[in-house]
Design a protein around this ligand. Structure first.
Ligand code: PGA
Length: 264
């Protein structure tokens, strides 16, 4: 079954690294592979990586979207440092990550001016990004932190985060969610396979409840947080897992290529 294997490079890489990486990747990626491979590189290197798409089959995505939306009264939001969905599309992207926990943590920003002179909440910033995401396929990240988990609040937190999906202006053909427990990101710890399956099932039914026009086959849930070559196959084979979102291990080209070449 077709799975999504996504590489979240965060703020890593430079021109030389990218050249070496894609020379290896293009030669060693198994072309009969049916998985959808997506790279989320830093914006500045999008154009350089886009050129390698001719040699191997992958898609590109942006790591966040912070403008191209409109503010609460519907007028355009102008934002220094903003990147719009049109800019991503213009640079070969078809996906956008929204709501990664690292962005949620730093997403409150101050907008001053006659209409808004207060700090935006994390939720408003996420909704703004969703509103600006028309025409890019969103991968919407959700996940509980360690305190939520220990307090038994995982389902409540996930359900609240998923409520924000209702703000998508255009309902996409596919809904893709990445379940990334915050405590698993970069820590080497992962939930049990049973917990991953159970939570993915919960995410799917929760979206179906919120957006009743959808069918289960339209929803994909990826797992992210300390995925590597040793655990990727088991995670990808677990029920209700439609793919993986990989940070650290996606920067090691041999390891990431081997994960892409896994036969599931
Ligand atoms: P990790 O990061 O694979 O290094 O844990 C995942 C992510 O942040 O998306």
């Amino acid at each position: 079954m077709k799975k999504i294997i996504a590489a979240n490079w965060k703020n890593n890489g430079d021109k030389k690294f990218i050249k070496n990486y894609f020379e290896y990747f293009s030669k060693n990626l198994n072309n009969t592979n049916k998985n959808e491979i997506i790279f989320f590189p830093p914006d500045l290197y999008m154009d350089q990586i886009d050129k390698y798409k001719k040699q191997s089959n992958f898609s590109l995505g942006g790591q966040t979207l912070n403008t191209a939306g409109s503010d609460s009264d519907g007028s355009d939001l102008v934002l220094t440092s903003g990147t719009s969905s049109e800019m991503y599309i213009n640079n070969g992207c078809s996906y956008i990550l929204i709501g990664h926990s690292e962005i949620r943590q730093f997403s409150n920003f101050l907008i001053d001016g006659p209409k808004m002179d207060r700090r935006w909440t994390e939720r408003e910033t996420i909704i703004l990004a969703l509103q600006g995401s028309d025409s890019l396929q969103v991968i919407f990240c959700v996940g509980e932190n360690e305190d939520d988990k220990n307090a038994g609040d995982t389902h409540t937190i996930l359900s609240e985060q998923l409520d924000d999906l209702c703000y998508l202006k255009v309902k996409p053909k596919k809904f893709i969610v990445a379940y990334e427990p915050v405590w698993a990101i970069g820590s080497g710890k992962i939930p049990t396979l049973e917990d991953i399956s159970f939570i993915h099932r919960f995410i799917k039914s929760s979206i179906l409840e919120k957006l009743s026009s959808l069918k289960e086959k339209d929803i994909m849930v990826l797992y992210g947080g300390s995925v590597n070559l040793k655990n990727a196959k088991d995670i990808l084979c677990a029920p209700h897992v439609d793919g993986v979102l990989i940070g650290g291990a996606s920067l090691k080209v041999k390891e990431f290529t081997s994960i892409c070449n896994l036969k599931i």
